[in-house]
Structure formats: C-alpha cells, structure tokens
Design a protein around this ligand. Structure first.
Ligand SMILES: [Zn+2]
Length: 173
C-alpha cells in the first residue's frame, strides 16, 4: 500500500475505524494531530527546505480538500448551500468554525475565516502564518466544487497574532 511507488491516496484508505477501534473509538486529542503535523514539518524542513516543506504541506492539503469535497460534500448544491454544508462538516468533525466573510463571484475571490482552527489555534505567537495545509485544503475544496483552479493564502493566523485564521481564496484563471 504505502510502500508502493505508485501509491495514491484514496478515501477508503482511511479504513473502517469503527471496526478497528471498538473500544477507543473515533476521537483522540488535538495535540496528537499537531504532534504528527509539527514533527513531520520539522523533518521536512531539515531534509528539504522551509520553502519545499511549505509547498508540500499545501499540496497535501489540496489533495485532502479535493477528496473531502468529493467524498463528504454535496457538490450539486448552489454556492451558499454548499458552503453551509462545508461549514457544518468542519464543525461536526471539529476541524474549526468556518465563516464566509466575503464573496466576489465576478473575481471568483472569497475570504474565509476559521476560528478555533485545528492546525494552529492556541499556538505561541510566531509572527507568521502557519496554516499551509488549510490553504491547500480550501483551494482543493473549491476546485473540486467549481472545476476551476484556486489558490488560497492565509492572511491572518492565530500564530501571527490574530484570534481567527483568515484565508483569501482566488481563482487562478
Ligand atoms: Zn492559522
């Protein structure tokens, strides 16, 4: 599976968690998720470069967003309904509290905010945004929904001193 050179992620690879963890169940601590992500970041930064690691996190986030959209969201809904569906799923999975702050369909530009973000809320102040995985995630979700190519950049982050992460998502076409 993972050791195959041509492994490509598929939603079913997440496995049957109910069957696999009959006693421990589906939940674990946020710190464990962050431990995985930040140690991976440490290793990628050292073995590659900060720039490359950032790019890879964003790319992985985009893959996650695309698969999330295809497997969990209703792509037949109009935009507002679709975003409400996304908001509800992010909330029920305890990923974060999403708000659509601004939409501009002419420019295909969106401002999204995430409060209590899984990736960064509560981090010590670092004067930098850290949610590259989320950047990719939102770009991936909107790409899978619209069929257009999107780019997302985090403009405010808990780590940069804000209480809410804020993402500017723009169409690259
Ligand atoms: Zn953030």
């Amino acid at each position: 599976m993972f050791k195959s050179g041509n492994y490509r992620f598929s939603w079913k690879d997440l496995g049957d968690i109910e069957a696999g963890r009959p006693n421990l169940g589906n939940l674990m601590k946020v710190a464990v998720y962050r431990l995985m992500q930040y140690t991976l970041r440490d290793v990628l930064n050292r073995h590659l470069s900060v720039e490359k690691a950032t790019e890879l996190f964003r790319e992985a986030g985009k893959l996650a967003g695309t698969e999330f959209c295809v497997n969990l969201l209703d792509r037949s809904l109009p935009f507002n309904g679709f975003m409400a569906d996304l908001q509800e799923k992010l909330l029920s999975l305890k990923i974060g509290v999403l708000r659509v702050e601004k939409t501009d369909f002419e420019k295909m530009e969106f401002i999204l905010t995430v409060a209590e973000d899984l990736d960064c809320s509560g981090l010590p102040f670092a004067d930098e945004t850290v949610c590259e995985y989320d950047e990719g995630f939102f770009a991936g979700v909107l790409e899978a929904y619209t069929g257009r190519v999107f780019d997302a950049r985090e403009i405010d982050c808990w780590a940069s001193g804000d209480r809410t992460c804020r993402f500017k998502v723009t169409s690259k076409e």
